[in-house]
Design a protein around this ligand. Structure first.
Ligand SMILES: Cc1ncc(COP(=O)(O)O)c(C=O)c1O
Length: 473
């Protein structure tokens, strides 16, 4: 590829501009809150490691109930129906889903599997969401029209659901996912806001598809601003175009970030990547003399986000439309703090290279090369980080847990904890080389039990369970 003089000049100017604003990102710091909480409760976690072994996902049901109560209280508004649907995709582990059902939440299912789980767990209010729903999934929803609202993703899906509903002679409530220009890549989902008139016109008087609401979803929100902007955009459109029975709900989706959850390595910022690219910093891992600080993007507490969203909902939706229910679909916020990953050091290869008994197949991908989550030595804890790479048990160098650990020392047999691994971790874990690990459940009263054993040979190779597959000799 030829670099023209114009491209060269523009690139050099862009690089200078980048280097001129070194501190424009989030403030440097560490996730001390997460570390402190882990160290305070280290005896309980060490007990779980001792009794059940490592690696293990330790699921804390007390955290699930506390998170559900806090989220629900934050969004409660007098005179309004507010419904919190837990997004199963974040973590559909059975005891977690059951605990959230008992905490009074509703369900957000995004596949037939998740819908069946929600139905079997006894959820009374379920949304079936997501693109490319199959006829089987739509039929399952039609078997339970009193409990399931289908969030349609396109006009074509409306037609398919309508045909299936007519065939069964069953009516069902639907919402429709809308996207707005602000959603960028997210235009994959739903229909554009400017198609709302066509959508409303599609409802047949007395037809089986009852248009009751709209849904949107924005991911990874550390503040309320995206929700406020979208509600302001939706309000006038919903007021101008209403279905025959009016709008019953607006579902604002998930995307609420937990506080004190993860941080950005300095070498993964634009300036850091530039320095690595031009050879000033190493191509992988920390620069020499890294002080252990990361960049910690500030996250609004859920109460602050909820207060702002509630106000915007009142102003843009309820004021023009009258009473409308607010539906939400949090996944990460509820699931992430519930699960801690416990590992054990099995080898010290060099003073700054430790190997653990669990691999990052338990996370699903090489996430910790890119993002920082604190790694805490529960056996020999420290409030500050000790440099040294901690690897997993897989045959790949990308199997890395961290570049440093909160440890006074690291020795073979020490138990390490990676806290807050409850969302999009077990769902993404891979059967790569090693088995998927066990899940241990800590009840709200602290009692421990085995939730699910580590993956066994016959689960991976059920063919050997039959006579024809048995091993000869
Ligand atoms: C429609 C919808 N609702 C809810 C969620 C849950 O989001 P989060 O886990 O970020 O709260 C997602 C996640 O992708 C989603 O697509």
């Amino acid at each position: 590829m030829e670099v023209t003089p114009q491209m060269r000049a523009a690139t050099l100017a862009a690089v200078e501009a980048l280097l001129d604003r070194p501190c424009s990102g989030p403030p440097p710091g560490q996730l001390h809150g997460l570390v402190r909480a882990a160290i305070e409760r280290r005896r309980e976690y060490l007990d779980a490691a001792l009794r059940f072994g490592t690696p293990q996902y330790l699921l804390e049901l007390g955290q699930a109930a506390a998170g559900a109560a806090r989220f629900t209280a934050a969004f409660a508004a007098p005179g309004r129906v507010t419904r919190v649907h837990y997004a199963f995709k974040a973590n559909p582990t059975l005891p977690l889903v059951q605990a959230l059902q008992q905490a009074g939440l509703s369900a957000d299912a995004s596949s037939g599997l998740e819908l069946e789980l929600a139905l079997r767990c006894g959820f009374e209010h379920i949304v079936l969401s997501g693109p490319a729903k199959t006829d089987d999934e739509l039929n399952l929803a039609l078997e339970h029209p009193a409990r399931v609202t289908v969030h349609l993703d396109s006009f074509a899906e409306w037609e398919r659901l309508e045909a299936l509903a007519d065939r069964r002679g069953v009516g069902i409530d639907v919402g429709v996912r809308l996207n707005t220009q602000g959603h960028g890549l997210w235009t994959k989902f739903g229909i554009p806001l400017n198609a709302l008139p066509e959508l409303v016109a599609r409802e047949r008087p007395g037809g089986r598809i009852r248009l009751r609401g709209v849904q949107f979803h924005l991911s990874w929100n550390r503040s309320a601003s995206g929700y406020l902007q979208t509600l302001a955009e939706f309000g006038p459109a919903l007021a101008a175009h209403r279905p025959a029975a009016g709008w019953a709900f607006v579902d604002i989706g998930g995307g609420y970030y937990p506080e004190d959850d993860e941080a950005v390595y300095p070498w993964m910022t634009p300036v850091g990547r530039l320095l690595s690219l031009v050879g000033q910093w190493p191509t992988d891992g920390p620069p020499p003399a890294w002080d252990g600080n990361c960049l910690v993007p500030p996250v609004q507490p859920i109460e602050t986000m909820a207060a702002q969203i509630n106000e915007a909902f009142a102003a843009h939706v309820e004021r023009p439309l009258g009473p409308v229910a607010l539906w939400l679909e949090p996944g990460r916020y509820l699931a992430n703090p519930t699960t801690q990953l416990l590992l054990r050091v099995v080898d010290i290869k060099a003073p700054d290279v430790a190997i653990t008994d669990g691999g990052t197949n338990l996370l699903g991908w090489e996430r910790l090369e890119l993002e920082h989550c604190p790694l805490i030595n529960l056996t020999r804890p420290a409030a500050t980080q000790r440099p040294g790479k901690v690897y997993g048990s897989l045959c790949t160098p990308h199997d890395l847990w961290g570049y440093a650990s909160y440890a006074a020392d690291l020795q073979v047999g020490d138990v390490l904890m990676l806290p807050a691994q409850g969302a999009y971790v077990q769902t993404l874990a891979q059967r790569f080389i090693k088995p998927l690990c066990q899940t241990v459940v800590m009840a709200a009263n602290g009692t421990l039990s085995l939730g699910r054993s580590a993956e066994a040979f016959l689960e991976r190779y059920p063919e050997f369970a039959t006579a024809a597959g048995s091993v000869e000799g």
